[in-house]
Design a binder for this molecule. Structure first.
Ligand code: HEC
Ligand code: HEC
Length: 447
């Protein structure tokens, strides 16, 4: 992984204010208990399941914390470990790039890899009578985690295997897979040959195992400061509290990134309502080969199937709507939005606040304009269908913006560690404190 000096000056500075510099020694979070979850982990990490045996799910959704440059009080940058894993592509976080390289080098997709953390909570893609809700991917085209996990192996821009059969052939190379598939799914990988209907069956089991792994507490920790505060165990500092108040009130973030507890009073909040919206995100002209703007929900092939009445779907209105992503661990997952056009949370908040206040960027009329995010914003990729009700001119002061960013840093997991490191201490949540929602059930939306 190369880090160019240019990107060392990435706007990570605010982390230092909120979180300090980390030296967390033990980030092990062993959560896999069942055979199926263990198999899922092995599959998730196995580079042999990609065309050039060089890429796994983990390449773009890292399970580890990574070292990022953080500015110290003296103004110098030093590498320090992130407080929690973000389950995104580390090279994007480090370099500020939006998209990931595929197994076949220099084959890039056009979208930013979202976090797999808490993805298990996204309900199966459906129409609720009013809105399309849930699903996986920025446009929800995979109904659930099992459907999702079948995609990357045979996506030419990702793991690039030529067929499902080719993936099964690779599974057959590994004795542990043969043993585990027999024990868990009662299927003998060895006896499967090309063209056998069991190819599809085994492929489905593979995706099922991965989804079981994604439903473990490794990805769904609920041990952020936000969670401990919600459970009444600790308090926010003054800036975080101001940010929390703004988030649910005048900034209206909570209208989409919901802070309501799921399951009534006792559950954690997911910081999304799983709906789709067009916030007016500008194009990212720095994505290699400049792919066409992604129409989001409009391009989801399953709209009619879940809606029931295709003639009722207002296709033109939903152009450019992308999934409202959860903001859990959001400080770990730069850059932001489906196309990674924003480099920092400061930029994101400033965009929501001033999208319709600052002049439109011209010459160049895109994100490469030197005034981008400071003196101008480019028009959104789908300007005419953008949401004009809840955003664009929030009237926030610079202090308000900083408070919102500070608040979003409380969404970072592993608070018992980071809240007691590097000059911070929280006697209410000592190192080792379990999540207040440790027993909250992780749903299985795959049926
Ligand atoms: C080359 C990088 C890459 C690889 C390899 C990769 N992903 Fe992804 N992942 C992405 C990108 C990019 C998206 C968003 C694509 C989209 O929305 O169309 C994504 C989306 C997802 C999502 C949806 C999250 C959400 O909230 O909507 C999940 C879950 C996921 N990936 C899991 C996996 C699994 C499991 C594997 C291995 C089988 C995998 N990914 C391999 C890049 C990658
Ligand atoms: C009307 C619904 C809505 C409101 C209100 C809203 N958001 Fe969002 N948010 C979205 C959608 C949709 C996306 C994804 C947009 C895209 O990728 O183009 C998003 C993306 C984000 C992301 C990046 C997520 C990622 O994984 O890259 C952040 C951070 C964010 N919002 C913060 C906020 C904050 C802070 C506020 C309040 C100032 C806010 N949002 C208000 C709908 C909303």
């Amino acid at each position: 992984m190369k880090i160019s000096n240019k990107h060392l000056i990435m706007p990570i500075k605010p982390l230092v204010i909120a979180l300090g510099v980390f030296a967390i020694t033990n980030n092990a979070f062993a959560a896999e208990e069942t055979l199926e979850q263990k198999l899922g982990k092995q599959l998730f990490e196995d580079i042999n399941l990609s065309f050039n045996r060089n890429q796994s799910c983990e390449s773009c959704h890292s399970l580890s914390t990574i070292e990022i440059p953080i500015e110290g009080a003296d103004g110098n940058f030093q590498m320090a470990e992130q407080p929690a894993p973000g389950f995104v592509d580390p090279s994007n976080v480090l370099n500020g790039t939006a998209v990931s390289d595929g197994s076949r080098s220099r084959r890039f997709g056009g979208l930013n890899a979202p976090s797999v953390g808490y993805a298990a909570f996204s309900p199966a893609f459906h129409w609720d009578g009013d809105l399309f809700i849930g699903g996986q991917f920025w446009n929800g085209r995979a109904s659930n985690l099992v459907e999702q996990a079948k995609g990357p192996f045979v996506n030419p821009l990702e793991m690039a295997m030529p067929s499902e059969w080719a993936v099964i052939e690779r599974l057959k190379e590994n004795r542990n897979y043969i043993r585990s598939f027999r024990r868990i799914y009662r299927i003998n990988l060895r006896s499967i040959t090309e063209g056998d209907p069991r190819v599809g069956e085994a492929y489905e089991f593979m995706a099922t195992a991965i989804s079981a792994f994604e439903r473990t507490s490794r990805f769904n920790r609920f041990d952020s400061k936000f969670d401990f505060e919600a459970a009444g165990i600790t308090q926010y500092n003054a800036s975080e509290q101001r940010g929390a108040d703004l988030f649910d009130d005048i900034a209206e973030c909570g209208d989409c990134h919901s802070t309501d507890e799921i399951d009534g009073e006792d559950g954690p909040a997911l910081l999304t309502d799983f709906s789709y919206d067009n916030i007016g995100t500008p194009a990212n002209t720095q994505i290699p080969r400049r792919p066409a703007a992604d129409p989001g929900l409009q391009g989801n092939p399953n709209l009619a199937a879940v809606h029931g009445d295709a003639s009722e779907i207002k296709l033109d209105e939903i152009q450019g709507r992308h999934k409202v992503m959860s903001l859990r661990n959001i400080a770990m997952t730069a850059p932001y939005m489906h196309n990674g056009v924003f480099k920092s949370l400061q930029e994101v908040v400033h965009f929501y606040n001033t999208r319709d206040v600052l002049p439109t960027c011209t010459a160049p009329a895109d994100a490469t304009n030197p005034g981008f995010a400071v003196t101008c914003w480019p028009q959104g990729e789908f300007h005419s269908t953008r949401n004009t009700k809840r955003m664009g001119n929030l009237g926030l002061t610079p202090q308000d913006e900083a408070d919102l960013v500070e608040y979003m840093q409380t969404f970072t997991d592993n608070y018992p560690e980071w809240g007691n490191s590097n000059g911070l201490s929280d006697p209410n949540v000592p190192i080792g404190t379990p999540s207040p929602f440790a027993n909250f059930p992780i749903p299985d939306h795959s049926n």
